[in-house]
Design a protein around this ligand. Structure first.
Ligand code: DGL
Length: 285
């Protein structure tokens, strides 16, 4: 069995750039951790694929990251969390954290009326995972779930604002707006990138739940529980280190890998993260 040092990185994966919403929050809350981000850009979107296929993709990525000696895996994708979290937990020798449970807890706390909307990929909505989790935590909650498949390509295209995105959001969200919900779960890690547009359509009385914040807290909690929190052992700067992020005294490194089009990932990713991504590696699975 591998012995994981606290300075070993945390592996974070998504089908594309959506999981950067989770990476950003983990880096903000526990900046001492070394992070490896994996975006499966060759095979995005996951949300319209079968659960079996998403499980296979997730397993391949997890194996790749485990070979890089990660100490924990974060499934920063709702679709993969719904389809593969249990299998990954059973088979990997490291702690595995998903995004569904943290999002469900945040929604249950936020709602006053007990009327909660959930938007996600077709696959996440069809799995009914959020409905089950939220009703378990807060019995009696009424859930209105809706797939919004076009949101993912819009984000992957970098169309985070603008007329087309606003029109799609209006069209998708009107039926859920009519349900008079007070809380809306952004049940896909790509959707927080569209928060301004979604917030505009839903109006100020609806709380938008972005599970990134809760997931980062859960990551910290699980690391602490397992004695794996990195208390300042930053390894020497690697060529893939984030400039200004890696090799500094107080912050860990961030490395990025994708399965296709690293330059495109870099351009859109930088716009969202607000800092430079010096290098994106191309991973062969
Ligand atoms: N970001 C992913 C999620 O949270 C999936 C997007 C996709 O690949 O369809 O569900």
């Amino acid at each position: 069995m591998n012995v994981h040092k606290n300075s070993n990185p945390i592996g974070i994966f998504d089908s594309g750039i959506g999981g950067l919403t989770v990476l950003k929050e983990i880096h903000r809350q526990i900046p001492g951790e070394n992070l490896i981000y994996f975006g499966d850009t060759a095979r995005v979107p996951y949300g319209i694929k079968s659960a079996e296929t998403v499980r296979r993709f997730s397993r391949e990525i997890a194996d790749y990251l485990v070979r890089l000696d990660i100490k924990m895996l974060v499934v920063a994708c709702n679709t993969a969390s719904a389809a593969a979290l249990n299998t990954l937990r059973e088979s990997l020798p490291i702690p595995v954290v998903g995004v569904l449970m943290p999002g469900a807890y945040a929604a249950s706390r936020a709602t006053h009326t007990g009327r909660v909307g959930v938007i996600g990929t077709e696959s996440t909505v069809a799995s009914g995972a959020y409905d089950r989790l939220i009703r378990n935590i807060r019995p009696g909650t009424e859930i209105f779930a809706l797939p919004c498949p076009l949101f993912v390509p819009l984000v992957e295209e970098g169309r985070l604002t603008g007329e087309i995105t606003a029109l799609v959001a209006k069209e998708y969200l009107s039926p859920i707006k009519e349900k008079k919900i007070d809380t809306l779960v952004l049940g896909c890690t790509h959707y927080p990138l569209l928060k301004p547009v979604i917030g505009e359509v839903m109006g100020g009385s609806v709380t938008l739940i972005d599970s990134a914040d809760e997931t980062a807290r859960e990551v910290r909690r699980v690391l602490t529980k397992n004695g794996l929190l990195n208390l300042g052992e930053i390894p020497p700067r690697s060529p893939l280190c984030q400039k200004g992020e890696g090799g500094d005294l107080n912050t860990g490194f961030i490395r990025y890998y994708v399965t296709d089009a690293p330059e495109r990932f870099k351009a859109i990713g930088e716009r969202f993260l607000g800092y430079e991504i010096p290098e994106v590696g191309k991973a062969e699975l």
